[in-house]
Design a protein around this ligand. Structure first.
Ligand code: GTP
Ligand code: MG
Length: 206
């Protein structure tokens, strides 16, 4: 898929204020600093579309971007931000989990995982929660430019293996880098395929 246009639509803390749910939507989620905003910029070829930062906790709202006037890409705040207070963290949990549970046009969640690390409990448990709630997700391993392919593949393999404790089969994964754009075409192709089958809820005969 070629990204021709990518525009910022709105930022929200309230699920009832989101844009109309008439287009397919994809959300990027993962630990703080894993590279969600950077990957959105790499995918769209717009360096400053989503705000990135070396300091974890940059993205604080649900940010909607409209791509090719046809689908939404959503940048979410990261989880596991150590400096956030407990109150803040539970507010995050409530609002993100609510968004993920009720957003009816959400086609798929992309769970971003840092390819440099062995499986982390917080990521595995988040995947488990998605599975338990019947929310479809795919895995995106980030920052592949920062280590050798074989080391990244080892971590990817370990992550799949860890998920098999809870899942009968594990989702597809992409190994990506926002620096080199490796994996970006594959990720866009996956979105394209899902878009092709999208039917807005109000067009489905009940
Ligand atoms: P929060 O909004 O705080 O949750 O973070 P985020 O997940 O959106 O991360 P962000 O995209 O802001 O990136 C965090 C840091 O990692 C920045 O300094 C980026 O430049 C760097 N980074 C992100 N992706 C890559 C990548 O693929 N390769 C390299 N080398 N650095 C990356
Ligand atoms: Mg961000």
């Amino acid at each position: 898929m070629v990204v021709k246009t990518a525009t910022f639509v709105c930022s929200n803390t309230r699920v009832d204020k989101l844009p109309p749910a008439n287009l397919p939507e994809y959300a990027f989620i993962g630990r703080s600093n894993v590279g969600k905003s950077s990957l959105i910029n790499a995918l769209t070829g717009k360096r400053h579309l989503a705000k990135t930062s070396q300091t974890p906790g940059k993205t604080q709202l649900i940010n909607h971007f409209l791509i090719n006037d046809a689908w939404y890409l959503v940048d979410l705040p990261g989880y596991g931000f150590a400096k956030t207070s407990k109150t803040n963290r539970s507010a995050w949990e409530k609002f993100i989990r609510r968004y993920l549970s009720v957003r009816e046009n959400l086609q798929c969640v992309f769970v971003l995982v840092d390819s440099r690390h062995e499986p982390q409990k917080i990521d595995l448990e988040f995947c488990r929660w998605l599975g338990e709630n019947g929310i479809p997700f795919l895995l995106v391993f980030t920052k592949a430019d920062k280590l050798s392919l074989s080391k990244a593949n080892t971590n990817v393999e370990l992550f799949h293996r860890a998920l098999l404790e809870w899942f009968e089969e594990t989702p597809l994964h992409f190994l990506t880098s926002s620096e080199t754009r490796v994996g970006c075409e594959e990720l866009l192709a996956a979105i394209d395929e899902i878009n092709a089958n999208f039917q807005p809820l109000d067009s489905i005969d009940r």
